[in-house]
Design a protein around this ligand. Structure first.
Ligand SMILES: Cc1ncc(COP(=O)(O)O)c(C=O)c1O
Length: 395
């Protein structure tokens, strides 16, 4: 049996975009269906938080706590990383002229959330301009050092960047921000399931991540870690019963996030099944999965760069399971307009060659960028075929 047989992805498409929304294995989807059946047999008993839901969520909290090396009591569940980022941004106290520091590699939705909160509070958004291509992770630190000021209250930084697929030096960024008196919100949307995580060592103030990307859980679920002394401040994006519930058995932080109105908890409750399954793919468990995906990604990046005669755009140590390659302007389909050329390349790759991967513009570059994802179901021969197709279209 091929590893790809565990997924129900369309065999006519080479799916190289695990990074956007993930892809859920058959066995995990079946587990979720079973959970839905169980819920629908007795909806009140299942969903009433103090009857079955909270104890069930607590079991998953234990699993996530072990995965990220954090106390389970510091973990709340969110629908996705965008939700986690919004919860924190809307909760941290900000005054006019306070600064929220974001980066130009940040996820657009989350950077928009920072701008929205700044508009409401009178705070200012500052942007650290990280170059790409770049030489090493010290270029990231330099970019942040240039923008951090005494007014910076919150640094919002990605653990793994969405457009450029870079693992950022978050430990150093957190230390730098703390030295400067600022809190740090790490957007780890891609990190859970791609890298080993140790929040005790990283020591962020806030860390959010998706379960549905690299852990291959059903959509939509994620976690939000908040360090204990800040938990009273942080409220979910939806205020519900927990706001005025008197509970002596658990924190308001957990009570509020555990119930944000009626929702489907099965994507969260399938987390244990997903982690068990992904950990069973290789003898060495999740660490071997991370290592194998990374090796495949590095090999794929090198193959594409060699074939398309492009310099590798970052050092290997910044790569996990995503890699972005800036195409040369000379490799554009000849439309005369960069936006049209980007859209056209994406369309031709999908419709005529059967590839699903993002082709996009980034920053002020005139040529598009291409991002690949390498999950357990991906093989290097897909990249060999991609390199040939891109060369054919662009020359
Ligand atoms: C860095 C980063 N943050 C946030 C998100 C948003 O994820 P979601 O739509 O699941 O909230 C993404 C999605 O790709 C991402 O790459």
């Amino acid at each position: 049996m091929l590893l790809s047989d565990h997924w129900q992805l369309n065999p006519e498409i080479d799916f190289l975009n695990h990074g956007s929304f993930g892809a859920c294995p058959r066995i995990v989807l079946q587990k979720q269906r079973d959970l839905i059946d169980e819920l629908e047999r007795d909806p009140i008993h299942y969903l009433a938080p103090e009857r079955q839901l909270e104890p069930k969520l607590d079991q998953v909290r234990q699993t996530i706590g072990q995965l990220i090396n954090a106390p389970s009591s510091d973990i709340a569940f969110v629908r996705n990383a965008t939700d986690g980022v919004n919860a924190v941004l809307n909760s941290v106290p900000l005054e006019p002229l306070d600064e929220i520091l974001i980066t130009n590699h940040g996820y657009n939705a989350c950077n928009n959330a920072a701008r929205h909160v700044a508009e409401k509070t009178g705070a200012k958004v500052t942007v650290a301009e990280i170059p790409f291509p770049l030489k090493s992770s010290s270029d990231v630190i330099t970019a942040i050092e240039q923008e951090i000021t005494a007014r910076t209250r919150l640094v919002l930084v990605d653990h793994v960047t969405s457009p450029t697929g870079l693992i950022l030096p978050v430990k150093e960024i957190i230390a730098l921000a703390h030295k400067n008196g600022s809190q740090v919100l790490v957007d780890g949307a891609h990190a859970a399931g791609m890298l080993p995580l140790n929040l005790a060592t990283l020591a962020p103030d806030f860390y959010t991540a998706n379960h549905h990307k690299w852990l291959c859980c059903p959509k939509a679920s994620g976690f939000l870690f908040v360090k204990p002394e800040l938990q009273d401040q942080i409220r979910p994006t939806v205020i519900s019963h927990g706001a005025n519930q008197i509970r002596s058995d658990r924190s308001r932080f957990r009570v509020e996030f555990d119930w944000t109105g009626t929702y489907d908890p099965t994507p969260i409750l399938a987390v244990n099944a997903a982690i068990d399954f992904m950990g069973s793919l290789y003898d060495g468990g999740l660490s071997e999965l991370y290592k194998t995906n990374r090796q495949k990604t590095l090999a794929a990046r090198k193959l594409l760069c060699d074939e398309l005669q492009i310099d590798v755009p970052s050092s290997d140590d910044m790569i996990g399971s995503l890699a972005t390659i800036p195409l040369n302007a000379t490799q554009l389909p000849k439309t005369g307009n960069p936006t049209h050329a980007t859209d056209q390349l994406q369309r031709i790759l999908y419709q005529e060659h059967g590839f699903e991967l993002p082709i996009f513009q980034f920053g002020s570059a005139s040529a598009p960028f291409l991002r690949i994802s390498m999950q357990a179901y991906n093989e290097l021969h897909q990249i060999e075929r991609l390199a040939v197709a891109v060369s054919q279209i662009t020359t």
